[in-house]
Design a protein around this ligand. Structure first.
Ligand code: ADP
Ligand code: MG
Length: 299
């Protein structure tokens, strides 16, 4: 698998506030990644850092196995602000301008406008577009140079249900052509519908990173800890009942179950292999339900 982006222990502080805390994850080619978290959880800050518009405090990230960020960003299409084009120019005229700036042939415009369902509206002025159409035009614009990865920050915010549906369908279509996608969203159902992989953030801390289908699996998870956390982790990694392992703020591990196993059997397995747990609680709900609890406490 080809690695598009590696993020290592990334931290961003605004004064006393830690917006992103020791965040690590990897983006592999061809997948659709969601950064999922409630408002203020550090999603936009993370996107800003990897796009070089926000300065990191510590940690690092690497695009495409080591090219400079400046070079790499030529292969990245990103929409992290409300789409902004010239209001009195048509969709096509706006894209022609983008083609000049990006140095791509204007022949790309038809393909990309068709992809987002705006080819019929190519001669309409930008100012006459609905918010959903503006967002779709922004997506076509970001795709003009056939980027390796498309980055979107809350792509359906503010849209009506039909507009939301259209954008999600377009994202799925783009992914089907092999373009890697990274999107930030506070909507669990959006990530479930569109993404293959997810990084769940709460207050800048990673709660989960892995496949979406594993997150919504319903065997529940364990909170677990031991003095020798690295041995604990490797024992868990070697047992088929355990999936994704993540660190919580309090230092204990969250371990997702991929099959049914009770606390007694977990305790026995670890003890027989030389690890004595000092914390072991089985949580019945899936991480999905836990996420819903987290976000409902927020609002
Ligand atoms: P999200 O995109 O998940 O809603 P953000 O990345 O925008 O979250 O913000 C994460 C945290 O950082 C929030 O508490 C926010 O108030 C804070 N923050 C973001 N940008 C700034 C900034 N420029 N100055 C100070 N604090 C900021
Ligand atoms: Mg945001």
């Amino acid at each position: 698998m080809k690695t598009i982006l590696t993020i290592n222990n990334l931290t961003k502080k605004y004064g006393k506030l830690t917006a992103v805390s020791d965040l690590s994850f990897t983006i592999e080619k061809g997948n659709v990644y969601g950064i999922l978290g409630p408002n203020g959880s550090g999603k936009s800050t993370t996107l800003g850092i990897i796009l070089n518009v926000v300065n990191k405090t510590s940690g690092d990230f690497q695009w495409f196995n080591g090219t400079t960020t400046h070079q790499a960003l030529k292969k990245v299409g990103a929409i992290i602000e409300r789409p902004n084009f010239y209001p009195y120019m048509t969709a096509q005229e706006n894209l022609k301008l983008v083609c000049k700036i990006k140095e791509v042939p204007e022949s790309k415009i038809e393909e990309k406008l068709k992809l987002v369902g705006l080819w019929e509206r190519k001669n309409d002025k930008f100012k006459t577009f609905s918010l959903g159409m503006k967002q779709r035009l922004a997506i076509s614009s970001a795709l003009l140079n056939d980027p390796e990865i498309l980055i979107l920050d809350e792509p359906t915010n503010g849209l009506d249900p039909q507009g939301i549906h259209q954008i999600r369908e377009i994202i799925i279509q783009i992914a089907e052509t092999g373009t890697t996608i990274l999107l930030a969203s506070h909507l669990l159902d959006e990530v479930e519908k569109v993404c293959t992989h997810v990084v769940v953030l709460q207050k800048g801390i990673r709660l989960y990173s892995g496949r979406v289908d594993q997150m919504v699996a319903s065997y529940g998870y364990f909170e677990i800890n031991a003095e020798d956390q690295s041995k604990l982790t490797s024992l868990l990694n070697n047992h088929e009942a355990f999936g994704n392992i993540s660190h919580t703020k309090s230092g204990v591990l969250n371990v997702i179950l991929t099959q049914d196993i009770n606390a007694e059997d977990v305790n026995k397995y670890l003890f027989e292999n030389g690890v004595i747990v000092n914390h072991l609680v089985k949580k019945k709900e899936s991480l999905e339900e836990k996420f819903l609890q987290l976000t409902s406490q927020q609002s």
